[in-house]
Design a protein around this ligand. Structure first.
Ligand SMILES: [Zn+2]
Length: 299
């Protein structure tokens, strides 16, 4: 049995066949179809195409930009909005004639890095994705912590901890309906909005991160301090062995030197800085983690 992983993205959908040694035996990428029925057909064709080419049947795991409700089997919280309210797993199981496992893309990221990435061998792993949004996933002893409602690890929508009076006063609204979520402070767009508020200037997160200017460096400093406050909250609850960073903002090298001592400072007497590392598999983590949703079988 081969293990197939699918990463359903907003614009691209990718499938891989994970080899026994952790390498990628085969990789295909398509544009994500624009409606649900076309998506189901395209996913079936992708799986059948890969299986025909490899001459083997596979287990199927999929990373989705949302959550499957345990109560209803319907997708919720997906930013590919046509998925919301749809029984995606059941429809795929019907067309592929086998069980399918779905997981949030941040959970797949954490699972991939915990399985054979930057956190390999660690017991408790907190995977953080910071890019266009802020997501997170928790893996304990090789298993994703889904939670009672499927939102385990979704720290992007906690309010910014230990907010200053200024941060409370100017708390930006979040698409989820609340004010001042971590996501609106610590995502790429959040960084750009913070820079604009303070300096009055427009700049993308990439440009701010790449610049050595005083204002830009100060903005990254504020980002790191906010991340540290939120991470300390997570560390007090989970006490992970490793925190792995992914997404576009994970390329900011200052994170890895400045975050650990700050998280220690804000945490509950940790007795040392936590281990915070950059991901190993980059953009492939979602699709690799999807394949890892199934155990390896011998047949
Ligand atoms: Zn929110």
């Amino acid at each position: 049995m081969i293990r197939l992983g699918i990463d359903l993205g907003g614009t691209k959908t990718e499938i891989i066949a994970l080899a026994r040694d952790g390498g990628v035996a085969l990789r295909r990428r398509i544009s994500t179809p624009k409606d649900y029925d076309s998506l189901i057909r395209a996913l079936a064709e992708l799986v059948q195409g890969v299986e025909t080419e490899l001459g083997a049947r596979g287990s199927v795991g999929m990373a989705i930009p949302g959550t499957e409700s345990f109560a209803s089997d319907l997708i919720k919280n997906a930013n590919t909005t046509y998925l919301n309210g749809k029984p995606l797993r059941l429809d795929l199981e019907k067309i592929l004639a086998r069980p399918v496992r779905l997981a949030n893309d941040a959970n797949c990221f954490a699972l991939s890095e915990a399985s054979d990435g930057a956190a390999a061998g660690a017991g408790t792993v907190f995977g953080v994705i910071a890019g266009t949004g802020v997501g997170g996933g928790v893996v304990i002893d090789g298993k994703v912590l889904g939670g009672a409602h499927g939102i385990g690890g979704e720290w992007g929508h906690i309010p910014l901890p230990a907010a200053t009076v200024e941060e409370v006063t100017m708390a930006p609204p979040c698409y989820c309906g609340k004010l001042g979520c971590l996501e609106v402070w610590c995502s790429g767009p959040g960084l750009a909005a913070d820079f604009k508020r303070v300096t009055g200037r427009d700049a993308s997160a990439e440009r701010i991160a790449a610049s050595n200017g005083t204002d830009e460096r100060a903005a990254i400093g504020r980002l790191i301090d906010r991340f540290a406050r939120a991470m300390a909250t997570m560390v007090n609850i989970l006490d992970p062995d490793v925190i792995v960073m992914g997404g576009g903002l994970s390329n900011i090298e200052r994170l890895y030197s400045e975050l650990p001592p700050l998280v220690e400072k804000y945490g509950f007497n940790l007795g040392g800085p936590p281990r915070i590392v950059k991901n190993m598999h980059g953009d492939s983590s979602g699709v690799r983690g999807a394949a890892w949703l199934w155990p390896e079988t011998k047949t």
